[in-house]
Design a protein around this ligand. Structure first.
Ligand SMILES: *Cc1c(COP(=O)(O)O)cnc(C)c1O
Length: 469
């Protein structure tokens, strides 16, 4: 990066463009009502700036597109599989690399194999599909993030860390045999995309080793995590991202990875493990649901672009720009007084909707109210990460337990938007500031059993009078 710049300059130039179109306020109002106030039901064509997720939304490079033509579509043993495995082994050091078509399939295969009913899986913070897969196999997902990670205003360099003391107490309390694996999510997506330090990883590993429990990573954003270690952890400033990544993975027994994040592709994932027995069980299981072990639900060309993307994401200039872009959006929000989780994490700005809309009670989903306002005002699509996504009902008492924070995630797709797009997003917030105290909460009118936020329907408690110019 260039040292004396105070804004992020893109380390790439644009070769292909995709037009995006602004809708009118009337059109957006119709769209959001038809969508039952669920942002997942909006057509992407009706969105101007789409910050729903950074997952699978990356722009591929010219080298990756060239790799598409190098796809070997043989059923078994295609050359791209070997490139895929060797590239990932070189970064992670894991003995076995199993391709799958998404990260959640790796989770499903793993928990189908290692989890018994009533088992516990501790994690710094479970991502929603990870929690869903643990719960679906009748396990119990437990989040053991450090206390600093639960305080949105607290500046702390590694807010994604595991509470290692609590982890050890938990293992003693529940018994080692009830815990088939400990997970670490790098970076900690659901807790603000905050990084985990190498020291915390090492200490977590020591506890796991002491009790003979395997340590797995949810490695979707491991490269962004490695960049934060380089930036913030003493002793790592002169190491390459790849060296840091290799050290991180050296403490793990396996990982699930969604390639839709730090592999800079639109679809894919893998499972890594050093355990021969586990590899065999998983490859036997996946032939029925995902495919043969040398393609795992992906085309040869997909395996090729993952291998190429993984290497591109280890480039420090690329990572510096990405992390700076997220920081830039945070600084724009600072200028207008929008509270968000500080410091900004790797892939997104997490707006503290609880603090932004204090007049909306938690059981009326303040973060969803802000999501809807962003779409109505500016055609910006964000996502709620709060009570809709994570509230849990106690099966015995029926009491609802809310997650620690009520957040709106503005996830930034990799290599897709420029600085002016991010300025536009801040501008949309500025307009909402003028009437935010009048925004209404929401109630649920339909919800499915698992991962309700994807398909639920909502109703506005006090329907807004939409002033249309
Ligand atoms: C995206 C994600 C997953 C799930 O991966 P998919 O490829 O979407 O199935 C799991 N964990 C984390 C931390 C993620 O960000």
């Amino acid at each position: 990066m260039i040292d004396d710049l105070d804004f992020p300059v893109e380390p790439y130039r644009i070769k292909v463009v995709e037009p995006i179109k602004m809708t009118t306020k009337e059109e957006r109002e119709l769209n959001i009502q038809r969508a039952h106030f669920n942002i997942f039901n909006i057509r992407s064509e009706d969105v101007f700036i789409d910050l729903l997720t950074d997952s699978g939304t990356s722009a591929m490079s010219d080298d990756q597109w060239a790799g598409i033509m190098k796809g070997d579509e043989a059923y078994a043993g295609c050359r791209n599989y070997f490139n895929f495995v060797e590239t990932i082994q070189d970064i992670t050091g894991f003995k076995h690399i199993i391709p799958v078509h998404q990260g959640r399939v790796a989770e499903n295969l793993l928990f189908s194999t290692i989890l018994k009913e009533g088992d516990y899986v501790p994690n710094n913070t479970h991502f929603d599909t990870t929690r869903g897969n643990v719960t679906h196999k009748k396990g119990i997902a437990v989040d053991l993030i450090i206390k600093e990670g639960k305080d949105p205003a607290k500046e702390y360099p590694f807010k994604g860390n595991m509470d290692v003391e609590r982890l050890e107490e938990f293992i003693i309390e529940k018994g080692r045999d009830k815990i088939p694996a400990v997970f670490m999510t790098l970076t900690n997506n659901s807790a603000g995309g905050q990084p985990v330090s190498m020291e915390n990883i090492r200490r977590t590993k020591e506890v796991c080793e002491k009790y003979g429990i395997p340590l797995f990573y949810d490695a979707a954003r491991y490269a962004e995590n490695a960049y934060f270690i380089k930036l913030r952890e003493p002793g790592y400033e002169n190491k390459s991202i790849k060296e840091i990544a290799r050290e991180m993975f050296s403490y793990a027994d396996g990982c699930c990875m969604s390639a839709k994040k730090d592999a800079l592709v639109n679809m894919g994932g893998f499972l890594g493990t050093n355990d021969d027995d586990l590899e065999q069980k998983i490859t036997n299981l996946m032939i029925m649901i995902e495919g043969f072990r040398t393609y795992g639900g992906l085309s040869g060309r997909d395996l090729e672009v993952i291998a190429r993307g993984l290497l591109e994401a280890l480039d420090a200039d690329y990572l510096a720009h990405r992390i700076e872009q997220v920081k830039f959006l945070g600084e724009e929000l600072d200028k207008i007084g929008v509270p968000y989780v500080k410091p900004t994490g790797g892939h997104a700005v997490f707006v503290d909707a609880g603090a932004f809309l204090p007049h909306i009670p938690r059981d009326q989903f303040p973060a969803q109210a802000l999501v809807i306002a962003l779409y109505r005002e500016g055609g910006v699509r964000a996502v709620e990460i709060g009570g809709l996504m994570f509230a849990e009902k106690d099966p015995v008492t029926g009491k609802v337990k809310h997650p620690p924070m009520e957040l709106v995630r503005l996830a930034i797709p990799r290599r897709v938007y420029t600085m002016s797009h991010l300025k536009y997003v801040a501008h949309t917030f500025k307009k909402i500031m003028a009437y935010k105290d009048k925004l209404s909460g929401f109630e649920i009118t339909y919800e499915p059993r698992y991962m309700r936020h994807f398909t639920m329907h909502l109703k506005e408690i006090t329907p807004q009078e939409i002033k249309v110019k």
